[in-house]
Design a binder for this molecule. Sequence first.
Ligand code: ADP
Length: 354
Amino acid sequence: MQFKRIGVLTSGGDAPGMNAAIRSVVRTAIGRGVEEVYGIYSGYKGLIEEDMELLNIRSVSNIISHGGTMLYSARCPEFKTEEGMQRAVDVCKKRGIDGIIAIGGDGTFRGATDLTRRGIPCIGIPATIDNDISSTDYTIGFDTAMNTVVELVDKLRDTCESHARCNVVEVMGKYAGDIALHTGIATGAISIAVRELPYDEDQAIAKIIKARENKKRNFIVIVAEGKENFAEAYAKRIEEKTGIETRFSRLAHVQRGGNPTVRDRVTASLMGKAAVMELLDGKSNLVICERKGVITSMDINKALKIDRMFKDLMTPEEYAELEAEGSLVDMRRHCEERAAAKLNLYRISQEICK
Ligand code: ADP
């Protein structure tokens, strides 16, 4: 099929590096003979409302270094309804949009697969600071968010050292504690707590007391937001049980912004190019992934299932279905490798953060 016109959108939570991905999509597409590229504003909302603008090589100039997304992002519950979806398909037909590159998280990919099923080929690009899309080792925005956390926690640590204090820092990561695990190691946190790994609070507090006896003055404890209603109360318990003055800080949305790092700019550029190449090659319903350092792709439905499996959300019926179609072993291996890498990081952090 000849692709004359394609669309690109960013949807769901924003992430630094989305602009670099948009730029790469536009420039690759135009360079490969696509006549027009529509930038669709505010994700699927803009598609339904026909809020879009033609982008060209110059209009995506000077955005690679900017955080946020020049196409804006929004949640669009209407898109999940039959009428909303039909409206999106009608707009694509009216504007002659032959395919869409959707940059976002798993919700965005669910929308992309629905659109593909209705005849508009879509390719997804994973962008979320949490790195919680299990089909890919890396999601755009993760590195920038981690660097923001490290910069802020280093500052907290300086003042903890001066005053012999402890600071419990809550970082983003609802389903995945990846930001917490990496930044905990990078900032020399004495303890890291994430939802998906067991946490022995008594042991952690004993470690703080022992380190204090050994003349340690600064104590950073990193907690992922996935451990709900935990961090603030934990700070109080640490103070009570150790006698060390303990503060609580929630870094919140500051982690979502800022100029993307080299890692995010380069990965976004590679993924943007890969997405366009797959689309022009006649493929659809794929999510671009990075696996073991290589940019590759995976069927969106398989990617969504791996995600559910990794997050332990799959029903026995879904497991039986996968077994019947022969894909269970492969998907299980994928999840096991990912879990093992995470556990390894956790163990290393426990060993060297004292
Ligand atoms: P993310 O892509 O970061 O996971 P969301 O879960 O908010 O963010 O999804 C972004 C958008 O994708 C939603 O606002 C909605 O328009 C669309 N979307 C989410 N889930 C579905 C679904 N099951 N079917 C169709 N569209 C969906």
